[in-house]
Write a protein that binds this ligand. Sequence first.
Ligand code: ATP
Ligand code: MN
Length: 279
Amino acid sequence: MRLTHPERVLYPGDGVTKAELAAWFDAVAGTLLPQLAGRPLSVLRFAGDRAPFFQRHIPGARGVATCDTRADLAALAQLGVVELHTAGTKRGFVACADRLTFDLDPGAGLPWARLRAAACAVRDFLADLGLVSFAKSTGGSGLHVVVPLTVPRPRWVRVLDFSRAVSQHFARAAPDDYTARPGATARQGKVFIDYLRNARGASAVAAFSPRWRPGVPVAVPLSWREVESSDVLPRYTLRALDAAAASERERQWSGYDDVRQSLSTSITARVSGRTPRQR
Ligand code: ATP
Ligand code: MN
């Protein structure tokens, strides 16, 4: 596909052009496409003049509701797509979820050690329920805890109920550390565990998506070992993440595709507190 205005700057602070973005998409396509394929896609687009805008349905581009091929990636670059966000489901079973994303948002200025502890606590809580999870940097200020779900895939109501119950559990058990309420004030000095990313139609930034933020950070898979041992919020940027570095990042989620787990009744009942917790 031919790029029009390849010289157009899509990330103004850093001078990353449409041509550079298209080349980067192509270079990391081997790791990026598996994160996007089949998933309903929302995007942030930048036209070069006004502020970027978030778009849930992408016009033109022959209905690229999902991004499945290198040609689709090129079409997205051509449209000035600067961030890629996906739903926790795939074409063919959109009434059900195949992943949960707990979006951990720290209050302004919260030390990394507190965010790290929160992410590990969510991981441990889920592990106690028998659910394996994976960590992802967002390229922003927070972290995502990602939970793969396989058959029988839960419907969205169940997913949202569970997700809300987990967030509220933390807010009740440690109100000084967590909040289940959105808004900058509520999360001051705390971590907001945003469960609303797990509503039908919601999205979360895809692993290997660039962010339209200073330095052009990229959301990437992190291993739990890295999260635990890191003294700072791990940060990767588009210009530093070549194909080899992207593959190395992809390996941090090795085992993701082998996970077999779902939101069984025994799991959801334990969290919502409808039955006494059994060990
Ligand atoms: P951070 O770690 O900094 O919180 P993040 O990716 O979790 O990064 P945001 O960039 O604040 O958080 O939010 C991204 C998500 O919010 C998207 O996946 C999308 O669901 C939603 N979103 C973002 N911008 C818009 C918008 N303009 N309109 C509607 N939804 C949006
Ligand atoms: Mn967030």
